[in-house]
Design a protein around this ligand. Structure first.
Ligand code: FAD
Length: 384
C-alpha cells in the first residue's frame, strides 16, 4: 500500500453515492475511486416502484450520469467493473485480472434478489427489479403488454401492484402467506392495505405459490399450486433480497445475515468497511434508506480522520401504496407486549405497547398515517 492509495468505494447505489457526498462535505480533495458492476447512473431506488404513478420511465428516473457524478463529486468512477475478490493483506481489490490498491475499502455492494426455480419454458418472461438497469429491461419487456403477475406480497410486491394499477395494468399478486406484508405489518393493517389494493383492482391469490410459468403466445400462463392458471404478459418476481456476502466471506471477513460491522462500520478486516443493504450493522440488517444515510454520515467522518459511530434513531418505514398510505415502525422482534387497535374501515391505528404501557412500535394506515411523525417521537430509538 502506498500513501497515495485512494479510498475505494464498491457500489454506486444510494449507499455508495451518499457516502461519497458525505466524504466531500468533510474533505474536498482526498482521493476516492468508485467501482461498480453496473452503469453507475445515479438514481433513487425507492422511486422504481413509483414510475407509472409519476409517469417516468427508466430515463426519467435517472438523476445523473457517471460523468456528471464524477465531476460533481471530484472522484473517479469505474463503471461496468465487477469486483471478483479482496486481498485484505495486500490492501488490494481484485477486478478479474486487475488489482486496485486501496488505503481504505468500503463495501456498498447491496443485496441480491432471491430467484425461485420454477418449472416451465417461460423463464425469460420472469423479471426482478432491484436496480435502474433491471427497471429498464422490465419496462422494455412489458412493451404493449397490459397484464402483470407479481410473485410476492411483501413491501415491494405491494408497491409495484399499486403502481402498475395506477398505470392501468391488470395485476395479479401471488404469495404463500395468508396476509400481505407478513412480518412487517400487524394483520389488521395488512388487511387494510390489501382491501384498498383490491378496491383499486388488484387480484390477490394468497396461501399459494407459482408452480410453473409456460410460454403462451407473446405472454405466459402462470400455474399456481392451488390449481388456478393465470394469463399474463410477464411475471415480476418480488420474493425478497439477500445481502451480498459471498465475496466478503471468501476474503475472510466475518459474515452473518450480512457483512458483519460494528457501529463504526468496521468489518473484521483492517481498513475495510461496509454499509447499506450488504451490511449487518451491530446486529441489524435494515434494507432501507434512512439507516444507510445515517451510516454514510458516520463513516465519512471516520474515513476523513475522526472515528465516528452510527446511532440509529427511530426509523419508520413508509410504504408507497398511495391507495392506502401506510407507515410502520415494527416493535423489536423479542419485545414483550400486545397490539392495541383503533379502526375505522381501512383507517387503522395499531399501537404495540409493553406491559408497562410504553409504545414500542406502531402501524398506521389511511387517515391515521398522518400521525407517523408524532408516534415516531414516542418509540424508543433502535440504538437507545
Ligand atoms: P444497491 O442500490 O443495490 O447498490 C449496490 C451497488 O453495488 C450497485 O452499484 C451494484 O452495481 C454494485 N455491485 C454489486 N456487486 C458488485 C461487484 N461484485 N462489483 C462491483 N460492484 C458491485 N427503502 C426505503 O427506505 N424506502 C422505500 O420506499 C424503499 N422503496 C424501495 C422500492 C424498491 C422497488 C426497492 C427494490 C427497494 C426499496 N427500498 C426502499 C430499499 C432501498 O432502496 C435500498 O435499501 C437501498 O437503495 C440500497 O442501496 P445500496 O446502495 O446499499 O445497494
Amino acid at each position: 500500500m502506498t500513501e497515495q492509495a485512494p479510498i475505494v468505494i464498491v457500489g454506486t447505489g444510494l449507499s455508495g453515492y451518499s457516502l461519497a457526498r458525505e466524504i466531500r462535505k468533510q474533505d474536498k480533495d482526498i482521493p476516492v475511486i468508485m467501482v461498480t458492476a453496473d452503469d453507475g447512473v445515479s438514481y433513487s431506488k425507492p422511486m422504481l416502484s413509483t414510475g407509472f404513478s409519476k409517469g417516468k420511465d427508466a430515463d426519467g428516473l435517472a438523476q445523473g450520469t457517471t460523468d456528471t457524478m464524477a465531476e460533481q463529486l471530484n472522484l473517479q468512477i469505474r463503471a461496468f467493473s465487477t469486483v471478483t475478490g479482496i486481498d485484505t493483506r495486500s490492501h488490494e481489490l481484485v477486478l478479474g485480472d486487475e488489482r486496485l490498491v486501496y488505503s481504505k475499502l468500503v463495501l456498498a455492494w447491496g443485496a441480491d434478489v432471491i430467484r425461485l426455480s420454477l418449472a416451465g419454458d417461460g423463464q425469460e418472461r420472469v423479471f426482478s427489479v432491484n436496480d435502474l438497469m433491471d427497471y429498464r429491461e422490465f419496462r422494455k419487456a412489458l412493451g404493449e403488454g397490459k397484464r402483470v403477475a407479481i410473485m410476492g406480497a411483501g413491501l415491494i410486491g405491494c408497491e409495484f401492484a399499486n403502481d402498475l394499477r395506477n398505470g392501468d395494468y391488470e395485476v395479479d399478486v401471488i404469495a404463500p402467506s395468508d396476509v400481505v406484508m407478513p412480518g412487517l405489518l400487524p394483520e389488521v393493517a395488512a388487511n387494510a392495505v390489501q382491501q384498498e389494493l383490491e378496491n383499486l383492482g388488484v387480484r390477490f391469490h394468497l396461501g399459494t405459490v407459482v408452480d410453473r410459468v409456460d410460454r403462451a403466445g407473446d405472454g405466459v400462463n402462470v400455474s399456481l399450486a392451488n390449481g388456478e392458471t393465470l394469463a399474463a404478459d410477464l411475471v415480476l418476481s418480488a420474493v425478497g433480497l439477500r445481502p451480498r456476502i459471498e465475496l466478503a466471506r471468501s476474503a475472510g471477513l466475518e459474515t452473518g445475515r450480512g457483512i458483519v460491522v460494528n457501529r463504526a462500520l468496521e468489518t473484521s478486516a483492517p481498513d475495510v468497511y461496509a454499509l447499506g443493504d450488504c451490511a449487518e450493522v451491530d446486529g441489524h440488517v435494515l434494507l432501507y434508506v434512512l439507516p444507510l444515510m445515517a451510516c454514510a454520515r458516520a463513516l465519512a467522518r471516520t474515513l476523513t480522520g475522526e472515528r465516528a459511530e452510527v446511532s440509529y434513531g427511530t426509523m419508520p418505514v413508509m410504504i408507497k401504496t398511495p391507495c392506502c398510505p401506510t407507515a410502520v415502525c415494527p416493535p423489536p422482534p423479542e419485545a414483550e407486549g400486545s397490539w392495541a387497535i383503533e379502526q375505522d374501515g381501512t383507517d387503522v391505528k395499531a399501537l404495540f405497547k409493553s406491559p408497562a404501557g410504553d409504545l414500542l412500535g406502531f402501524a398506521v394506515t389511511g387517515r391515521f398515517a398522518m400521525e407517523k411523525q408524532a408516534l415516531s417521537r414516542e418509540v424508543p430509538a433502535i440504538h437507545g
